[in-house]
Structures are given as C-alpha cells and as structure tokens.
Design a protein around this ligand. Structure first.
Ligand code: PNS
Length: 168
C-alpha cells in the first residue's frame, strides 16, 4: 500500500446543492483521503445562483467534513483533476437514465486524462428522484423543499424567489 494521499474530485453545477449531492459527498469523503467538490462555472447554463453563491452554500453544507474542500472549476474537468493530483472523479448515479450522459463524459475524461478514473456512487434511494432542476421548479412555485435540500440552501432559495416575485 502506498502512502500517497488518495484525492478525488466531485464535479457538478450544484445549482443549488441538494441532499442527493450531500449524500454523495459524505460517501466519497469516507472512501477517499481528500475530496474536492468542484463547482463548474458552466457558461452555457444560466444558473440561478452565482458561482460564489454555490461555492458558499457548499462550504456551509460541508463545514462538518474535515477532508472536503470546495473549489471553482473553470475549463476542463480532466485538466483540473490532473492539476490537483486526483486519482478519481466521482459522480452520482440515480437511475439508468443518468447512465448514457455519464458514460459519455467518463469516456471523454478517460481520453483526456487516462490516469484519472471515474468512480460512480449510487445515490441513496431516498434521493433517487431528486435533481437541482426539480428543486428549483418546486421552490419557484412556492412548494416546500425542506427535506430535499440542506437548511441553508432552503433559505437561499426562499430569498431568491421572494426577490424574483417582488421584481415581477
Ligand atoms: O451537475 P452537472 O451539471 O451534471 O455537472 C456537469 C459537469 C460540471 C460535471 C460537466 O459539465 C463538466 O465536467 N464540466 C467541465 C467542463 C468539461 O470538462 N467538459 C467536458 C466533459 S467530458
């Protein structure tokens, strides 16, 4: 057994982070020595929360996990993983419908960085139906999302949509 730090990257949009994401973060943090949650800038998607807000929300959610840190991801994930010396990229799989897109990304990332493996973790079945998009939709229409996102995220969602309603 080597003494090298086993570092992994968990990338995503996290717009906003959900309990499903947190579940994967907690599992991955137990499997690896160090986990870097990489928040993608994602120029194509128009996020509800700015990069800084998403990073801040995740910092709050992960404050109790000493081997987890949050970083911004600009540019290629494969390059980022190499730069930070990660041995793995972690992604959560909810259902078969996730597989095709994930398989495509993992294959591309393997071509770009053959030494970095993609590692899929199964989301807890309680969160198998959950996505950031569905959370945003429900929160926008005034539905309760308290069991679906961490409390600080629920507060941010309520604030954001209250503001949007005022402006409308
Ligand atoms: O939470 P998401 O939106 O499913 O995450 C997608 C993400 C951020 C992992 C993906 O878009 C990504 O890796 N972006 C970084 C840019 C990159 O490397 N793109 C090529 C992926 S093969």
């Amino acid at each position: 057994m080597g003494t090298q730090t086993r570092r992994a990257v968990y990338p995503g949009s996290f717009d906003p982070p959900t309990m499903g994401h947190l579940d994967i973060i907690q599992r991955a943090a137990q499997l690896f020595d160090e986990l870097i949650v990489a928040v993608a800038v994602n120029a194509q998607k128009r996020p509800l929360f700015s990069l800084e807000e998403r990073v801040e929300m995740l910092r709050e959610c992960c404050a109790h996990l000493p081997n987890v840190r949050i970083a911004a991801l600009e540019g290629l994930l494969a390059r980022f993983a190499q730069q930070v010396g990660a041995c793995a990229i972690v992604r959560g799989l909810r259902a078969v419908s996730d597989f095709e897109y994930e398989f495509q990304m993992a294959t591309m990332n393997r071509q770009l960085a053959p030494e970095v493996d993609t590692c899929f973790l199964m989301t807890h079945q309680q969160y198998a139906f959950l996505s950031s998009s569905i959370v945003k939709e429900v929160a926008r229409l005034g539905g309760a999302v308290d069991n679906l996102v961490p409390p600080n995220v629920a507060r941010k969602l309520a604030e954001r949509f209250a503001l949007q309603r005022q402006e409308a």
